[in-house]
Design a protein around this ligand. Sequence first.
Ligand SMILES: Nc1nc2c(c(=O)[nH]1)N[C@H]1C(S)=C(S)[C@@H](COP(=O)(O)OP(=O)(O)OC[C@H]3O[C@@H](n4cnc5c(=O)[nH]c(N)nc54)[C@H](O)[C@@H]3O)O[C@H]1N2
Ligand SMILES: Nc1nc2c(c(=O)[nH]1)N[C@H]1C(S)=C(S)[C@@H](COP(=O)(O)OP(=O)(O)OC[C@H]3O[C@@H](n4cnc5c(=O)[nH]c(N)nc54)[C@H](O)[C@@H]3O)O[C@H]1N2
Ligand code: SF4
Ligand SMILES: [Mo]
Length: 736
Amino acid sequence: MTSDLVRVPGAFGLGQVPARFMPDAVTTMVCGYCSTGCGLQVHLRNGEAVNLTPDPEYPVNLGMACPKGWEALTALEATDRATRPLLRNRETGALEPVSWLRAVDEFVARFKGIQERHGQHSIAFLSTGQMCTEEMALLGALFKFGMGGLHCDSNTRQCMATAHVAYKQSFGFDAPPFTYADFEESDCLVFVGANPCIAHPIMWQRMLRNPRKPDIIVLDPRRTETVMNATLHLPLAPKSDLTLLYGIANALIRRGAVKRDFVEAHTNGFENFARFVGEFTPEQVCAAAGLDRADFDQCVELIATRVRVSFWWTMGVNQGHESTRTAQALINLALMTGNIGRPGTGANSITGQCNAMGSRLYSNVTSLLGGRDFAQTAHREEVAGLLEMPTEAIPSASSWAYDQIVDGIESGAIRGLWVIATNSSHSWIQQDRFNELVKKLEFLVVQDLYPTTETAQRADLVLPAAGWGEKEGTLINSERRIGLVKKVRRAPGEALSDFSIFRLIAEGWGCGGLFREWRSPEAAFQILKRLSAGRPCDITGVRDYRHLDETGGIQWPYPEVECRKPETGSEETASQLALHTSDSKDKERRLFADGQFFTPDRRALFLFDSPRPVAEPTSSEFPMVLLTGRGTSAQWHTNTRTGKSAILRKLYPAECYAEIHPDDARRLGIVPGGKVRIRSRRAELVANAFVTPTVQPGQVFIPMHYDAVNRLTCASFDPHSRQPSYKHCAVALAPA
Ligand SMILES: Nc1nc2c(c(=O)[nH]1)N[C@H]1C(S)=C(S)[C@@H](COP(=O)(O)OP(=O)(O)OC[C@H]3O[C@@H](n4cnc5c(=O)[nH]c(N)nc54)[C@H](O)[C@@H]3O)O[C@H]1N2
Ligand SMILES: Nc1nc2c(c(=O)[nH]1)N[C@H]1C(S)=C(S)[C@@H](COP(=O)(O)OP(=O)(O)OC[C@H]3O[C@@H](n4cnc5c(=O)[nH]c(N)nc54)[C@H](O)[C@@H]3O)O[C@H]1N2
Ligand code: SF4
Ligand SMILES: [Mo]
């Protein structure tokens, strides 16, 4: 049952031995939590994983792992695993076990019935950045080409949509340019709305290996763990980033820090941008962002004078009402100072989930397979040819985004919803509205490891899924590295891999013929390779899973032709060459070393817009700003997996807490450890008061892992990416 790619200690070189024949063995695979993509050693007994340790040879983590990685097996052992399909009994209202045959019949009959009554596009799905790439691709292809659906999205909308759109518009393709070596090779790292000490602890460890004594600048309203290790903290007012970044650009231009040669050779639109930012004076932006002038000047000075400056952003940027332009303001800073394509530089969006990058390129949700556009006839024809199916089967319209699908439920346009590997009832913005609306659905299917999630509890049908470690496939990490996941455990009961579930549904739906070639995840990987050919994300040079296993993962692009004809030369091409050999374990490479971007004229674009006010400013009734985000490195999102580990549970507070500044606590009569009532225009919750100067007066922070947080948040969205603005709404506090 287990993977046949098992490395036997001491016997390496004798070939691969099927795990089931080995009493004790070790194999390796990548972690299935965050986008760092650490390599883990899996210790097997009788072919089943019994323990995990960090892989000392994997080029990403170099023998390190965070608590989640060490503890990843416990989530699989939980007593509340879904072991059989569950169907809601319409009379008793209870979820009752049924056979897979019955579950698939029900799935097909109910969804087809909805389509017949309300139109083909009245069913939708919401999926994830936490499945294998092969699974995402099969799901997107099945839904759009097989089931005739159109509207689908995933939790990467909550997370990476902004970076996706920003890169696509500025660089011509969704292409994060960096490699993790850039953490170690930078002279100055600027983190914006990112708290890697908690959210990406192993990337942070890579940064700590930097021998250049780098300056670390952090732009965050809070004094986070990352800030505590920084050289300079700009505690900007929430959502004042765009104004501040334009001010920094203006100051850099004024002090002559622009790399004119690079800008002229490789970009478009700089002159307009320079004129536009002219009005963002230091005085004005410091007032708007609530910053000291001296800190602003020091930030500009460091960016202007350090040779290798890298800009890193995460959710403090992506989750905002003007997030795409904010991400592009960072891209603009990197472009104008020539900080791109060289070691230790870049405009670098750190991704979140283990396979956010796979979702962005291959889920067939926002982009057509391989980072193509649904709207382009040539792209549709190309994909149809590669998949040997009629072009008409590929929709030319774009899907609705997550928020539009939710609105569609309200209007009655969407009547059936399939939720896969995401827990929307907890994580979607303005939760009460979402949970009210799902009651309107005629059929809600949830496919998850646990029937106990907030969303599964509301389902009409629960499909029991195998988890990471119980199936095989690939994940793409933040530095574009494709890593391998193996089957090292049997899934409990009748739980099936998402890949197998999608194949079952394809058969039940009557469109199995379209997916005959998708026999197994590895067969699907060969299809993905074909779909990538000639695209910026070309991976035709990756042979198969074994190739990934032997090399310690491979970063895209890795085209076949390049592999055969490596060029030699500069420092950059030397590192680019690294991956052209199969034993290039610790070699890394970045994009744009040649200054050639993916736009038609190969130039990057300066894009900008005037800053806009937030959707919900503070008022006398709601005078404080609510910030949300990650709490500890031991909690993962809605805590369905991390909450299962007794060890991890010791590492975070069991009850919801709110960080409140001592001045606010004193003023409002809130005592440390006491109960505090937090109220927004939508709902209220009670939390334990954590009185701490890590938040500024007038602000309060609650980790997203506690289920009531999104009852408070306010549904507002960036207009370009439609990503929710999770990190800003107005609230009032009082002792409870
Ligand atoms: N332990 C753990 N690690 C994780 C995850 C997890 O759940 N748990 N989730 C993973 C995922 S999917 C993601 S997307 C990443 C998220 O990783 P991060 O984005 O680093 O984490 P967050 O805490 O959501 O947000 C980062 C910071 O943004 C700040 N912020 C809030 N508002 C603003 C603002 O207006 N401007 C600026 N500049 N900053 C602001 C917050 O104070 C917070 O410190 O983490 C990944 N890693
Ligand atoms: N207020 C606030 N809200 C936020 C955020 C914030 O910063 N603040 N951050 C947002 C971000 S960046 C993100 S990424 C989202 C995350 O939000 P969610 O995606 O809702 O969170 P998870 O807990 O990761 O949910 C994943 C679900 O998939 C299940 N699962 C795990 N592996 C598998 C698998 O292999 N197959 C199947 N079928 N199921 C599986 C898990 O049990 C779990 O129920 O939350 C967003 N919500
Ligand atoms: S840092 Fe991320 S990838 Fe590495 S062990 Fe922790 S959760 Fe897994
Ligand atoms: Mo995320």
